[in-house]
Write a protein that binds this ligand. Structure first.
Ligand SMILES: [Zn+2]
Length: 255
C-alpha cells in the first residue's frame, strides 16, 4: 500500500502546568476518533514560557489515564529550560537554543537520569525521546543509551521511519494538517496554545482520515533498520533549504 499515507498525532509540552481545559477538549476529540497519540511529557517543567496554569499536584494521574488509553508517553526533556548553542552543531539545526545540545556528556547524563527517575518513580516508562525545540546532539543519544531504555526518537525529516546512530527515528515533519500521497507523517500539536480554528481543523482531519484508516499510533509503526534513501535525502535537503531561507529572513527582520 505505497500510496496510503499514514499520520501520527503528537501532543507537546504536557506538564504539571498544562492548560486543563484545552487538553480536555483535545482528549475528547482523540477518544471520539480512537486516535492514540504520542504525548511529550516534561517531568520537571521550569520553563515559564510553557506554564499555562498553577502547579497541578495530580498531573501524573493524568499521565496514567493516557497510558491506559494506550497513548504513548515520551520524555520531553527534563526542565525544558534552554541555553544558547550553535544550531549547525545539532542533530537537526532548528534553533540556536537547546536544553541538551552543546552540553558535555556528563551534564546530559545527569539531566536525562533525573528526568528518567521522575518518570520511573511515578510508575511510567517513557518509550520515546522528544527533544524540546527538536534540539539535541549525538551526546544526547549516548546519554539516553546509558541511562534509559529509550531507543526511539520522534524527530527528523524523512518519508518514513528510519534507523541511524543506533536509534529508530519516527520523523516529525508537520505542524498542521496537510494531505500527503504516501509516507508516515507526524503532526506536532501544542494543545496549550491551540486555537478554535485549529481544533476545528483537527476534528475535520481526523474524521476524514480515520475513515480511510490513515491515522496510526506508535504501536503501528514498523521499527526496522531502514536507512535513509535517495528520496528521503532529496526531501530533507529541500526542507532545510526552505527552512534556512525563512530563518534568515526572520532573523533579518528582527534587526
Ligand atoms: Zn516543548
Amino acid at each position: 500500500m505505497i500510496f496510503s499515507p499514514k499520520y501520527l498525532i503528537r501532543l507537546d509540552d504536557a506538564s504539571h502546568y498544562l492548560d486543563n481545559n484545552k487538553w480536555n477538549i483535545i482528549e475528547k476529540i482523540l477518544i471520539k476518533y480512537n486516535v492514540k497519540p504520542i504525548v511529550a511529557v516534561t517531568p520537571n517543567n521550569m520553563d515559564k514560557n510553557i506554564q499555562y496554569s498553577a502547579y497541578n499536584e495530580k498531573f501524573w494521574e493524568k499521565v496514567h489515564k493516557w497510558q491506559k488509553l494506550n497513548w504513548t508517553i515520551a520524555m520531553h526533556g527534563y526542565s525544558h529550560v534552554y541555553h544558547n548553542c550553535q544550531r549547525f552543531k545539532l542533530k537537526f539545526p532548528f534553533y540556536n537554543r537547546s536544553e541538551f545540545g552543546g552540553l558535555s556528556l556528563k551534564e546530559q547524563i545527569e539531566k536525562i537520569k533525573k528526568a528518567n527517575d521522575i518518570f520511573i518513580s511515578n510508575g511510567i516508562k517513557p518509550k520515546l525521546w522528544v527533544a524540546p525545540s527538536h534540539t539535541f546532539d549525538l551526546k544526547t543519544l549516548k546519554a539516553l543509551e546509558q541511562v534509559t531504555d529509550i531507543r526511539v526518537i520522534s524527530d527528523g525529516i524523512a518519508y518514513s521511519s528510519f534507523f541511524e546512530n543506533g536509534f529508530n527515528y519516527i520523523p516529525q515533519q508537520l505542524w498542521d494538517f496537510k494531505n500527503k500521497f504516501f509516507g508516515t507523517w507526524t503532526i506536532c500539536l501544542h494543545p496549550d496554545t491551540i486555537t478554535k480554528n485549529e481544533l476545528r481543523n483537527l476534528e475535520l482531519f481526523l474524521k476524514y482520515k480515520s475513515r480511510k484508516n490513515q491515522i496510526i499510533g506508535f504501536n503501528n509503526i514498523n521499527l526496522n533498520k531502514r536507512r535513509l534513501n535517495f528520496f528521503d535525502k532529496i526531501y530533507s535537503t529541500q526542507f532545510w533549504i526552505k527552512y534556512n531561507f525563512k530563518y534568515t529572513i526572520k532573523s533579518f527582520l528582527k534587526f
